[in-house]
Design a binder for this molecule. Sequence first.
Ligand code: TXA
Ligand code: MG
Length: 339
Amino acid sequence: MKTLLLSADIENLSLASKLLSEGEVVGIPTETVYGLGADARNGSAVEKIFLAKGRPQDNPLICHISSMEMLSDVVSKIPEDALLLAKAFWPGPLTMVMPKGEKISPITCAGLDSVGVRMPSHPVALSLIEKCGFPLAAPSANISGKPSPTTALDVFEDMQGKIPMVLDGGICDKGVESTVLSLLGETPVLLRPGFVTVEDIQGVLGKEIQISQGIVNELSSSEPVRSPGLKYKHYSPDADIFILDGCLEDFANYVAKNSDQFTYALCFEGEEEKIPCKCLSYGKKEDDSTQAKKLFSALRELDKLGAKKVFARCPDKEGISLAVYNRLIRAAGFKIIKL
Ligand code: TXA
Ligand code: MG
């Protein structure tokens, strides 16, 4: 199959909407990362997403909507907390898990009786869903296990020959996937951290939320998994990544003793001069949103550079940094060295 990489102008939006209506898969920009979209109601369309990504069948997809009216087509019940949070954060990078509506294919939700929903804020995503008139199931548009794509070219590299079209809507503004929050029980549970932070959510709801164990720790195989996505290895470049948790001076000393010509340091901007090996930066130490925006593109770049071993500076674990930390520990296969 030939894959078209096209700018998201009006004509190409119409072509994308036509392909989606016919049950095809299209690479689409969102403000978080690029997604692989298909009609969430159409099981055979959604199956093509799983196939293109090589995604395990038991990992459910998020449904993307463009209006609150469309929400009623996706879920069977709208919890009160969902209305408050939608008002505060939609359109935007928050996915809420609610009871599944009948119109959504069971394949979209991997057989679960719940569904993750979000209204993206990227204008191309919003107008495309509106044009289609149906919700789009869309996981991140990477090959399963690889870093999520933040440019249309990243999607093209992973999906060339597997899908008919990628819509180019520029570099993703946020750079990490949406916050995922389950609203199935009495107390909301954070399943994946993102740009909408724990503090943001608690501020709106006026109550504490629960934070799933798998966010900052490796789940043991005996623990129950609330979000199937938590159990898979994720975001991994080919290189072996080690997170070094300590100050810059200790980091530099460790790197000096343990690197060779294929080693890279994944550091913060401005630290390069102090580190005695090849460096690639991922944002500013004091600015977690720049780290989020650059992390996945840096992970992809390390592969292109031929890195075999990577020592990464450790992000904080609060606010947006929690999302960065969550992705980086998965990319590192949970290898953290305390300095
Ligand atoms: O920002 C994003 O969320 C991007 C863009 C494209 O919107 N999408 C994305 O999708 O990251 P994906 O499939 O890569 O991640 C979805 C996560 C997975 O960890 C999945 O297990 C979880 O959401 N999820 C989806 N539906 C769920 C459900 N019903 N119950 C629990 N977890 C769910
Ligand atoms: Mg993903």
